[in-house]
Design a protein around this ligand. Structure first.
Ligand SMILES: C[S@@+](CC[C@H](N)C(=O)[O-])C[C@H]1O[C@@H](n2cnc3c(N)ncnc32)[C@H](O)[C@@H]1O
Length: 233
């Protein structure tokens, strides 16, 4: 098996509407542990989100587009609260099964989880200071990705941050070993390994997104796509 080419033909088990609901719930709940271990939002919070919030002279609104079980918002909300920032958080996911998991976790203060996507929020005239996502980019077809990133910019009057895996052989091998204690009863092994094979290299993602997106390596095995929002002040 080669990782030199992105394998966009692979489908993740969790994307099957008919997948085992108990395994899907367990997978979405356990994303909290996996995200803490691999997603490195602490770095993004310190390098991008905290400095941005410090420039605002009013309460901020932050959107997690494709929030899954809601754990990324919970973690970011805890950091922002301990830094004294006044933030309203919104997490949306078009999959009602993900929303059910988000709503059944302890919901942080000033946080709303909704079953929606970017086009629903634009139609409802919702706007945010910062729009972010985690592990959504590699799931999408080229047409879906174009719509997703375009909508994320239209929804933001500040910045947009999409975080995802960078494909690589070492990431694949380390994940295959490291996921073992967390995998039973979930789709984490199959879907995580497929996710890595579906993910981009830095140059590939920069090429697909085009101007004005900037794609940086935010940590080992991580890409962060950054662009200004277009919603205006
Ligand atoms: C691998 S999960 C990641 C969930 C969560 N962000 C996390 O990091 O744990 C990918 C999520 O993207 C959502 N998704 C798929 N297409 C989407 C779209 N066009 N807009 C927003 N979310 C989408 C799926 O429903 C799924 O919950």
């Amino acid at each position: 098996m080669s990782l030199t080419q992105r394998d966009a033909s692979l489908r993740e088990l969790m994307d099957d509407p008919a997948c085992d609901p108990a395994k899907l719930r367990a997978t979405l709940r356990r994303f909290e542990t996996i995200n803490r271990l691999v997603s490195r939002w602490g770095r993004v919070y310190r390098s991008r989100i905290r400095p941005f919030l410090a420039t605002l002279d009013r309460p901020a609104r932050i959107l997690d587009l494709g929030c899954g079980g809601g754990d990324v918002i919970a973690q970011l909300a805890a950091w922002a609260e301990s830094d004294g920032f006044d933030v309203e958080w919104v997490g949306v996911d078009p999959d009602p099964r993900a929303l059910e998991v988000a709503l059944n976790r302890p919901v942080p203060p000033r946080t709303t989880f909704l079953c929606a996507d970017g086009s629903d929020l634009l139609a409802a005239d919702e706007r945010f200071d910062l729009v972010l996502s985690n592990h959504v980019v590699h799931h999408l077809t080229p047409a879906e990705l174009g719509a997703f990133v375009g909508q994320s910019r239209e929804l933001s009057r500040g910045i947009v941050l999409h975080s995802d895996i960078e494909r690589g052989r070492l990431a694949y091998l380390l994940y295959a070993i490291g996921v073992t204690p967390f995998a039973p009863g979930t789709f984490l092994r199959t879907d995580g390994l497929r996710s890595i094979r579906r993910s981009y290299l830095q140059g590939e993602l920069a090429g697909v997104l085009g101007t004005p997106w900037h794609v940086e390596k935010s940590a080992r095995f991580r890409l962060l796509a950054v662009a200004p929002g277009t919603a205006g002040g």
